[in-house]
Ligand binder design. Structure first.
Ligand SMILES: [Zn+2]
Ligand SMILES: [Zn+2]
Length: 250
């Protein structure tokens, strides 16, 4: 019996730390969840609104104008950095992370988000604090972890930025946003958060990390709360940007 337990523990250790990964898409050996070739083949966002990362057609814009989402909303965040269009296989990876406990996806997303952010901020100051999008305690109990926090942990380590996961709390158990229309989303998310801890004096620039951004309304409600606490620069870092449709109504 004891031997069997020891052998199992050894195998788990061997698989986790000594064996190289196999790419989730092509199965080739890779030093992380996806190999470089497969990473490059993903639907990276190219031309987006700098404020809300809504995909825009650069050809049709001759001078800076607000994108449809920014035209319709007052966003309290300053800028949004998003990695991918929310489409296959990214959508499946994120679902695996959220609903199937595939935390290796969070590690990989955290790594590439950090690399991307580092490039974009090469001549700028990074935020002083990272705040992951909070999950309501009820959903946290069901899931056992907050996927945004798991991604944020990696980004915090890679970029050496303080992570403050407990400063904001989700106080309303909102229905899953994906099932709702844009108008219902707005109502669903109002008063969903509260600030429960003190934000360090002198912090004026934070990054909110989330897995997927759709209308931006959830990030905006949290941003408004932080803005009212005196934080004047709020950046959103998210892994994927979803849009309802080409004629999306905000
Ligand atoms: Zn691959
Ligand atoms: Zn915009």
């Amino acid at each position: 019996m004891i031997y069997r337990i020891l052998i199992q523990a050894y195998r788990q250790f061997f698989n986790k730390f000594l064996l190289p990964h196999h790419c989730l898409l092509c199965q080739h050996i890779s030093d992380r969840a996806l190999c470089k070739d497969c990473e490059q083949s993903l639907a990276w966002l190219q031309d987006t609104c700098p404020k809300c990362s809504y995909p825009i057609d650069k050809q049709t814009i001759s001078e800076p104008t607000p994108c449809p989402a920014c035209f319709k909303n007052k966003f309290y965040f300053t800028r949004t950095i998003a990695l991918f269009h929310y489409e296959e296989p990214i959508s499946s990876f994120i679902k695996e992370l959220k609903f199937n406990g595939q935390l290796a996806v969070a590690t990989w997303l955290g790594q590439i988000l950090s690399e991307h952010v580092e490039k974009i901020y090469s001549n700028e100051l990074l935020p002083q604090l990272i705040i992951p999008m909070p999950l309501h305690v009820k959903r946290l109990r069901q899931r056992g972890y907050n996927q945004a926090l798991e991604i944020a942990r990696i980004v915090s380590k890679c970029l050496d930025i303080t992570l403050q996961p407990n400063v904001c709390r989700r106080i309303r158990h909102t229905r899953p946003q994906a099932q709702l229309s844009a108008l219902q989303r707005e109502k669903n998310i109002q008063q969903a958060f509260e600030i429960r801890g003190a934000i360090n004096v002198g912090v004026g620039h934070v990054a909110i990390i989330d897995d997927v951004m759709t209308t931006g309304s959830t990030c905006n409600v949290l941003s408004q709360l932080l803005y009212e606490q005196g934080i004047k620069q709020i950046d959103i870092w998210c892994c994927a940007r979803a849009v309802h449709s080409k004629n999306m109504q905000y």
